[in-house]
Design a protein around this ligand. Sequence first.
Ligand code: UDP
Ligand code: MG
Length: 310
Amino acid sequence: MKKITVIVPCYNEEEALHYYYQEMARVMTLMNTYDFELLFINDGSRDQTLDMIKELANNDKRIKYISFSRNFGKEAAMYAGFENSTGDYVCLMDADLQDPPKLLPEMVKAIEEEGYDSAATRRVTRKGEPPIRSFFARMFYKIMNKISDTELMDGARDYRLMTRQFVNSLLDMKEYNRFSKGLFGWVGYKTKWIEFENVERVAGETKWSFWKLLVYAVDGAVAFSTAPLAIASVLGMLMLLVSFIFIVFIIIRTLIFGDPVSGWPSLVCIITLIGGIQIFCVGILGEYLSKVYLETKRRPIYIVKDTNID
Ligand code: UDP
Ligand code: MG
């Protein structure tokens, strides 16, 4: 019998967890020709999540859990899940039922019968999401697909089923700054995209504020493209060209008309403009430097405080 590991990252999910388990238990009963392993990753929750997971684990031997020493973020939780998964197939799923467990049979079919290495999901609508958030999300995908070689699918969720081989490839990438949406594409293989309508979370609140999403977007851009560095040099060259033309213009004008003292406002404008561009470019450099800095420290991606896996 094939075994499916379902990785569920949880951060303050006490309200959604029992709904999730109910639904997942239903799907597991339906798919009784498979062994299941439910791997909950408690990502430093501050509420009752861990106690609830432990209670579930006492009553259901299929449940394993790993609890972090603090909140390390969803990327770390996913990585811990991959490292500790034992199934032939591995599935990533949110705990808030925004990733409908009922799609699972279709995903397994894609791998077993249609020859795909992974079955991923994307939502075709963004119903129930603030319009500004949708707008910036769309922009992000448009720009990223222009400046990066790795394809990013708009609306793609992390909800996906993968073969063991696919997961091992993901584990081979040991980088500290993980941007899974990009890593999934980078490893290649054949992926089937399954589309579904956006579902709102059953209970609890989203952990993503607009600010956190913005930082995540910048991280993604830096991790999967070096184009911003090129933008900095192109901007620099353009400025150089413009100022060269300007210098020639001023020299000629002075030779013809002399040098009446005027033009103070325009001077200030130019100085601030160039200053702004310089700081912007230094900022881009800093982004990359900070990533290199963190990467060279070789810190662990997560720290386990408590688990029921031996
Ligand atoms: N999550 C996590 N660590 C975090 C933030 C979120 O493990 O630091 C989990 C969360 O418990 C949920 C999933 O990641 O299972 C997706 O989070 P959320 O529903 O808040 O994101 P959204 O669906 O709004 O994008
Ligand atoms: Mg969610």
